[in-house]
Design a protein around this ligand. Structure first.
Ligand code: ZN
Length: 245
């Protein structure tokens, strides 16, 4: 019997019928890679950081023997996706994301934090998976089947339920604290905002906004105007939590 040891975080994803304090006795009836075996338990390969036996590290294509004992470890906090690892030898240029509809509210929060985030609810699962892989974006989803797709190397099965907790999860996991840039991206379309003179947009502003606010930014793509109003204060309060964390 093949024995798989899952660490605490992965253990939460193991189906109940296999749960045994993180140890899964897997009836090996066919020649299969460790990736196929793990995904047959409905645990997406995107959640596995390392696969080891003692000091030896394995790739996803490792074919275990029937009596082997293998340990699987989840991503540690503060992972640097720009560094190659044994399981993911081709690193990403930077931590940029694409967001699935089932965590749609997270997209706006990530953009609020200034993090490069794609979100297009019109895409099919297939299109989302292919675009994420092709453009080197980490796919954030709560859909295990989507993350199990072959083309995906970088993804995260988002564990938190509430959007602000999901933001905390992603900032911690990818060590984004140092990269936060609130009020720098368009919340609607992800483009980088540009400062704009108040005098050039006066005709667009409501009277009270015109009276009380002086610093404005404009989205070069969708032409929305942003100012440092109440919405901005809420954003800063949220960001302070992470910057001091
Ligand atoms: Zn925009």
């Amino acid at each position: 019997m093949l024995t798989l040891h899952f660490d605490a975080s992965l253990q939460q994803l193991v189906p109940r019928r296999y749960q045994n304090e993180g140890r899964v006795h897997y009836p090996l009836t066919r020649r299969a890679s460790i990736k196929d075996i793990v995904e047959s338990l409905h645990i997406p390969h995107t959640e596995v950081w390392t696969i080891t036996r003692g000091n030896r590290e394995f790739s996803f294509s490792h074919i275990p023997h029937a009596d082997e004992e293998i340990s699987l470890h989840s991503f540690p906090d503060g992972v640097d996706v720009t560094q190659p690892t044994f399981l993911r030898p081709t690193p990403l240029a930077k931590a940029a994301f694409s967001v699935d509809v089932n965590v749609g509210k997270l997209a706006r929060l990530l953009r609020m934090a200034g993090i490069d985030t794609w979100y297009d609810p019109r895409l099919t699962e297939e299109e989302l998976a292919v675009a994420s892989a092709r453009h080197g974006r980490i796919l954030l989803s709560r859909n295990r089947d989507l993350l199990q797709r072959k083309c995906i190397t970088w993804g995260r099965l988002v564990r938190a339920e509430m959007p602000e907790e999901q933001l905390t999860e992603i900032i911690s996991l990818y060590g984004l604290h140092r990269h936060l840039a609130p009020f720098s991206r368009c919340l609607e379309c992800n483009a980088l905002l540009q400062p704009v003179d108040k005098s050039s947009i006066l005709d667009r502003l409501e009277p009270l906004t015109r009276k009380y606010y002086h610093r404005f930014k404009r989205c070069p793509d969708c032409d929305r105007t942003y100012w440092q109003g109440s919405h901005h204060r809420r954003m800063l309060r949220l960001m302070e939590k992470y910057q001091t964390a």
